[in-house]
Design a protein around this ligand. Structure first.
Ligand SMILES: [Mn+2]
Length: 320
């Protein structure tokens, strides 16, 4: 076992034993890794007899995850007062969306730019998903309940885009195999995760692809979605998941950028085939991983936002 994990696991036991209850949180506008990691830990702790609650500050959760055991237990407020906090897949404390000042926090994450805001920081940027970190941290302590295995497996599948991202390594298959051994029904997960798309998600994908522009010798792809696009298609935030990957898949493209217009800000997602886009995100006050990062911009229209981002890709010499 990796010495870092041995240390984290011991520190985790120490912390968990001093608390009678635990509140599990994940980042606002959660993705499947955030939800899956949190629900997995929820089931793992429940099986060990802990008093535990799970919450997310965003009202809107990805509805297609409703098949995950415990999805309907996710609240939008914290009820326990002196509980230990476990933060899942959350790169910085403000992304929790709850006030946790003065509380002890276990920070379980894999973002390169994680700010180490926890009492215990189990942060492994080599891990492909926060669920992988959770599994490495907790599985040495006892049997993983089936419900936890399903939640973590779905998180793995999602954050690795079905085991195809650049950061994949053989250890991920060990993790996936161990979870399957705990009872994950692979065809069922495939059906739930890949074959239950909303019509709005395909309609908005069409609009995003129509908006595609290429810059810097076609090495940079830009896509943008206006408020009108979102209104006309009825797309919700979870329907935008993965769209930027289509831009990155183009043969010439090294960096793909998707901008989504909201009433008072623009949300920007960056993807690359190896170039470090976390640097761009950090320049604009955001964060993420080398090949997948994001940030928000305010006070400008889509076109000027695009121009500023392209300029920054040039200035920071991000293209490899
Ligand atoms: Mn993640």
């Amino acid at each position: 076992m990796d010495p870092a994990y041995r240390e984290w696991t011991e520190a985790f036991i120490g912390l968990i034993e001093t608390y009678s209850s635990v509140t599990i949180l994940s980042h606002i506008r959660p993705d499947p890794d955030a939800i899956g990691t949190a629900l997995g830990i929820y089931h793992w702790l429940k099986a060990s007899g802990k008093r535990v609650e799970v919450a997310n500050a965003s009202r809107e959760l990805p509805g297609y995850l409703d098949f995950l055991p415990g999805f309907d237990r996710i609240k939008h407020r914290m009820d326990y007062e002196d509980a230990l906090i476990i933060a899942c897949d959350c790169g910085s404390i403000d992304r929790l969306g709850f006030d946790v000042s003065g509380r002890e926090v276990v920070n379980i994450d894999h973002h390169l730019t994680n700010t180490r805001f926890g009492t215990l920081n189990a942060v492994d940027s080599r891990a492909v998903a926060s669920a992988e970190v959770a599994w490495r941290l907790l599985s040495p302590l006892g049997t993983v309940p089936k419900e936890a295995a399903v939640a973590w497996y779905v998180a793995l599948v999602s954050d690795t885009r079905n085991f195809t991202t650049q950061n994949m390594h053989r250890g991920v298959f060990d993790c996936a195999a161990a979870l399957v051994d705990r009872g994950v029904d692979i065809p069922e997960v495939t059906r739930q995760v890949l074959h239950r798309r909303s019509l709005a998600s395909l309609r908005i994908l069409g609009r995003a692809i129509d908006s595609l522009e290429l810059r810097l010798d076609a090495r940079v792809a830009l896509m943008s979605l206006t408020r009108a696009d979102r209104l006309a298609t009825g797309a919700r935030d979870p329907d935008l998941d993965g769209i930027v990957d289509y831009a990155r898949s183009l043969v010439t493209v090294e960096v793909a950028v998707m901008l989504v217009e909201y009433s008072d800000y623009i949300k920007v997602s960056l993807r690359s085939k190896g170039a470090d886009v976390a640097r761009i995100a950090q320049h604009f006050g955001g964060g993420g991983h080398a090949v997948a990062a994001g940030f928000e911009m305010e006070g400008m229209d889509l076109e000027s936002a695009q121009n500023r981002i392209v300029k920054m890709i040039e200035t920071l010499e991000v293209l490899v």
